[in-house]
Design a protein around this ligand. Structure first.
Ligand code: 5AD
Ligand code: SF4
Length: 434
């Protein structure tokens, strides 16, 4: 029997899909296949912005015909969207052919739900308010070699006013550091070359007297030839202790993803971010004093309710002033149940589109300028894949920049030195040097 998983959203969800694949394997589905050949199709949804939801709605709807032709096909929908208040009912009504709905806290039950469904029970819905514990007790089917994602915590307590995550993912819960370290050691022994520690807000990691800098320190102290990344950090928790650990270990990539969201203090306050523009800039100054070549990337939201043109321009100037290497940029999307969704002063769509276009142009320029500086230099990348279209291998350097190169042998999983000959947008092209 075969399975097909469709994933929306972030790294957290991609890793959750690896866990779903692990559960499907235990339930007897031996391999992944295209949707038309699958015996079970699982949607792992995201609800962080409206377009992620619309995308999932479109794709689920498109399965109606396949389900009619293949009566035994099981369709399961899980992830953040299912956990949203009232959404499970909407999904069932709109798509009565869905067999199983499972919330983000119900992963451990998925195998049982599938077994029940196979016994021809009608629709099965499993939703819970909160996670039972920090362990899922599943062996994921990893799909991102040579990188391995490792959850260190779940949930979020921050309640940024625009964000639905704390409502669908629940309160923060951290994993036992011993379990995390054991998982990391096993992954390194298996040959993984990059460990990415995952959490909605890794800096909030707490387990007894363990905090995130201590955990990061221990993970980076595991012997072996691998590098360490982590995401996502919150500027309000930025600490000298974190910088000290990053500086101490060569294994930790000199890249910090530090979402700032906006460059204006009034908007930051409305967003409930609990730091100011000045504090963000001071923190980056400290980071660069200690680790001068550390690259910083960010997330930015434009057109938050009541944002003026002048306030938006402060986001533009922050990208310059903070010397950000790249950014994920988003138009504010109202999410039912959040504080911001109740705010007056929605920004018209044409204004929002104009702002994001200008922001993207600036971010792209910054990225291009930084990339151009690499030409002629040699960088070490971890080869992670082969790009069929380009006919080239690719990988990232520790700063997060993508490098492409040709090779006769398959170097996936190897650290490779590239002499950069060309820079194009965020991508670098080079020749392998030994
Ligand atoms: N609208 C737009 N962007 C959002 N993000 C989170 N919630 C929203 C929303 N309602 C963005 C933030 C966050 C990233 C993961 O998604 O920038 O850092
Ligand atoms: Fe959402 Fe803020 Fe939590 Fe990030 S820190 S998940 S933006 S509430």
């Amino acid at each position: 029997m075969k399975y097909h998983i469709v994933t929306y959203g972030c790294q957290m969800n991609l890793h959750e899909s690896e866990k779903i694949a692990g559960i499907l394997k235990e339930a007897g589905y031996s391999e992944s296949a295209p949707a038309e050949e699958a015996d079970i199709i699982v949607f792992n949804t995201c609800c962080i912005r409206e377009n992620a939801e619309n995308h999932a709605f479109g794709n689920i709807g498109a399965l109606k015909k396949l389900k009619r032709e293949k009566r035994d096909l099981i369709i399961a929908v899980g992830g953040c969207m299912v956990q949203e208040a009232g959404k499970a009912e909407v999904l069932m009504k709109k798509f009565p052919f869905i067999d199983i709905l499972f919330g983000t806290h119900n992963l451990p039950e998925l195998k049982h739900l599938i077994e029940l469904k196979r016994q021809k029970k009608k629709h099965l819905v499993s939703l819970a308010e909160a996670r039972e514990g920090a362990e899922d007790n599943v062996t994921p089917v990893r799909t991102s070699y040579p990188n391995a994602w490792v959850n260190i915590m779940y949930g979020c307590n921050n309640f940024c006013s625009y964000c639905i995550v704390p409502y669908v993912r629940g309160r923060e819960i951290s994993r036992d550091p011993e379990d995390i370290l054991q998982e990391v050691k096993a992954l390194v022994a298996e040959g993984y070359k990059e460990i990415t520690l995952l959490g909605q807000n890794v800096d909030s990691y707490r387990f007894g007297d363990w905090d995130f800098p201590r955990l990061l320190d221990e993970v980076a102290s595991v012997p072996g030839n691998f590098r360490v990344r982590f995401m996502t950090s919150h500027p309000k928790d930025f600490s000298e202790a974190l910088v000290a650990v990053m500086k101490r270990h060569q294994k930790i990539c000199k890249h910090l993803h530090l979402p700032v969201q906006a460059g204006n203090d009034r908007i930051l306050k409305l967003m409930n971010r609990r730091y100011t523009r000045e504090k963000y800039l001071e923190d980056l100054a400290l980071l660069r004093r200690e680790i001068p070549d550390c690259e910083v990337t960010t997330d930015l939201i434009v057109a938050f309710p009541t944002e003026t043109e002048a306030e938006f321009e402060e986001t533009l100037s922050l990208v310059e002033e903070a010397d950000l290497a790249s950014a994920f940029t988003f138009i504010y999307s109202p999410r039912t149940g959040t504080k911001a969704a109740e705010m007056e002063g929605r920004i018209p769509e044409d204004v929002a589109k104009d702002r994001i276009t200008r922001l993207i142009a600036l971010v792209n320029r910054k990225t291009r300028e930084k990339s151009a500086k690499y030409v002629g230099k040699t960088v070490e990348i971890l080869c992670e894949d082969f790009d069929e279209k380009k006919g080239m291998y690719l990988g990232r350097d520790e700063y997060g920049r993508m490098g492409y190169f040709k090779s006769d042998e398959d170097p996936i999983g190897e650290f490779v030195n590239l002499k950069i000959t060309e820079a194009n947008g965020i991508s670098l092209y080079g020749e392998r040097v030994f």
